[in-house]
Ligand binder design. Structure first.
Ligand SMILES: Nc1ncnc2c1ncn2[C@@H]1O[C@H](COP(=O)(O)OP(=O)(O)OP(=O)(O)O)[C@@H](O)[C@H]1O
Length: 253
């Protein structure tokens, strides 16, 4: 459903040009929960932002459901982007807007008819179990509740793809488990394909069906749950593949 082909992105730094994502090709299956894991600075977040063209690639193509996003005029791209939701580590909610208004904003931006908006907001808040918080402000909520609001907001326009940038890195283990359950539920019930950037092995073990490992701007390994499950022995060291699957394996891309 999503294909990146030869995608690259460099940034101009004081010391010169820095290649954050280097000729990455990646296929994400419809219905997958696809993890992108790697050390800090590997290029994971940049890669995620290249998928919805928040960051424009210097080279390469991004195709969503057979439509070439990288070739689309800006107006069409804005419409196509509505099929892609995104959530962030720091939630990125609007602080001076209520929970329901936060969820309503993408509907307003998409030009959804006013009459149906509040019903859709209620549906999305119900889905994440936060209907009772509709009139509160983000500052009155816990981290986990804020991330649920961000998820409800990302679901408002019924996306087919949900991009998650370190969605649990600011949360404690219990809340992390709750948020991963919500993401799993979105994948199961709404058939939304999920791409999740993380540096947490447990996130990958718990919900990902497919994994790409990033290092130095490149994808250096990729594997699937079907290759033998994700049950790593405690304290295991080695490559990401070994630490996630418990098995060594030839890196293959
Ligand atoms: N807008 C930017 N301008 C300059 N350099 C950038 C920009 N965005 C990212 N970089 C650089 O690109 C590299 C990759 O960053 P990125 O955030 O994609 O990595 P990451 O794997 O997500 O790391 P982390 O897990 O720490 O978030 C880093 O060295 C970063 O400093």
């Amino acid at each position: 459903m999503l294909a990146l082909s030869g995608v690259s992105k460099s940034f101009d730094l004081k010391e010169g040009r820095y290649c954050a994502v280097d000729k990455v090709s990646l296929e994400v299956r419809a219905g997958a929960i696809h993890g992108i894991i790697g050390a800090s600075g590997a290029g994971k977040s940049t890669l995620l932002r290249l998928i919805n063209l928040l960051e424009r690639p210097d080279a390469g193509t991004v195709t969503l459901d057979g439509r070439l996003l990288t070739e689309m005029p800006e107006k069409l791209l804005r419409r196509e982007r509505q099929k892609i939701g995104m959530i962030f580590q720091q939630f990125n909610l609007v602080g001076n807007a209520t929970v329901s208004r936060n969820v309503a904003i993408p509907l307003e931006l998409a030009g959804a008819p006013r009459s149906g908006r509040m019903e859709r907001v209620r549906e999305c808040l119900h889905f994440v179990g936060l209907e009772s918080k509709a009139d509160q402000y983000p500052a009155q909520l816990s981290g986990g509740q804020r991330q649920r609001v961000a998820i409800a907001r990302a679901l408002a326009n019924s996306p087919k793809l949900l991009l998650c940038d370190e969605p649990t890195s600011a949360l404690d283990p219990g809340t992390t488990a709750d948020i991963l359950d919500v993401l799993q539920h979105i994948n199961d019930m709404l058939r939304v394909t999920v791409v999740i950037v993380t540096h947490e092995l447990d996130v990958v073990r718990k919900i990902c069906t497919d994994v790409s490992v990033m290092e130095g701007g490149r994808i250096v390994d990729s594997f699937s749950r079907g290759d033998g499950g994700f049950l790593a022995p405690k304290g295991h060291s080695g490559s990401y593949r070994e630490r996630i699957t418990g098995k060594a394996g030839e890196a293959h891309v």
